[in-house]
Ligand binder design. Sequence first.
Ligand code: UGA
Length: 449
Amino acid sequence: RTGAAPRITVIGLGYLGATHAAAMAELGFEVLGLDVVPEKMRKLEQGSAPMFEPGLEELLRAHVAGVEGSTGRLRFTDSWEELGAFGDVHFLCVNTPQKHGEYAADMSYVDAAVASLAPHLDRPALVVGKSTVPVGSAARIAERLAELAPAGRDAELAWNPEFLRESFAVQDTLHPDRIVVGVAGPRGEELLREVYAQPIAEGSPFLVTDYPTAELVKVSANSFLATKISFINAMAEVCEAADGDVMKLAEAIGYDDRIGRKFLRAGIGFGGGCLPKDIRAFMARAGELGASEALTFLREVDSINMRRRAQMVELTRDAVGGTLLGKRVAVLGATFKPDSDDVRDSPALNVAGQLHLQGAQVTVYDPKGMANARALFPTLGYADTALDAVRGADVVLHLTEWKEFKELDPAVLGEVATTRHLLDGRNTLDPQLWRKAGWTFRALGRPTA
Ligand code: UGA
């Protein structure tokens, strides 16, 4: 390189990579993206987002080459050779899902990406891992790069975990609350300071660590978040036994700065493509390292989380008189959280699926997640609107806290439901409002009336 801005590639264009690629273009870099799923790239090439993520499509349209009026800084290719020739900094953003039938992370996509890219690295380049991986992976990948790349040790590796939240991905990527980079030499730090110059100038802390610490920061942050949610859900269980109110309890403890108010919303628990699989992969890796005892509490975090889903099924059964067989259940929400179309390990869909398996007639409505939900659970019933889902229902379940559901009129829904039973699995609806309109309202961790 000769002092020009580093050219960037992004490998893997899912929730993380598509957002990262668009954000890098927004920061002014020339970016080339690659994904092994051709349909994803065709969508991106037209400036449309392969998933629903607020603000992403605007960013893509502003930068994807060929879109009218764009900067043209963001392009896509299916050629590894072109990718290798183009890039100074290569971001690895492929997914590391849970292995089938095991707790461990599936590293095959990461390993395949490294194997495809490395032979084309014939000049100094920095490969930057962003995927969430078991600790120790970076050191192993650095060795593989040195072995497979014609540039040898000049094909360097840095580990730069990503902390973005889905539904806030664009904002979190452009304005990260911290940037963590694990490096083995000074060049990685230097280049990444250049790439992240703008967020650093705006005040994002920049932390330089070794590889294992950077890998561990990511999984420990997600473990802490999962623990916080399961803690409050454990309190919800006790509240249910003692007729207390977990919402008041969370508010009261949250005023203590050391505890904080965020991530203390009790309900049917955490889901998505990250928290559940990350805590499991972390436990599996700690086991391999002979440190499993340090993380036995995460097993408890996981089981508290799964129990909340089961409790929701129990409450539903109670509400319809003890048996689910043939009962009509309206499910509001399918995604694992609002403002996303992601249904991976969604608590809402999991509850809907359990009810269906126990003989209930389940009708699901979600503002953005219908296509993904249908693909995953084709046997459930689906309705085009919340009102249609509720029509004829013996009980209504609120399982993902979309704003749209908060704005529903209980009186209008009451007219089309067979029985006015509302179960709030997310603790965001106003019990008084529903009770006033004649509904029996129950929520996890809260008094029955
Ligand atoms: C999570 C982390 O928050 C991000 O920092 C991280 O980068 C990301 O995983 C990742 O590893 O890629 P995300 O999966 O997008 O982000 O979703 P969260 O906002 O963390 O929510 C996770 C789940 O917890 C959702 O199902 C949500 O409904 C649930 N939740 C959240 C609660 O049940 N209660 C709360 O108080 C907060």
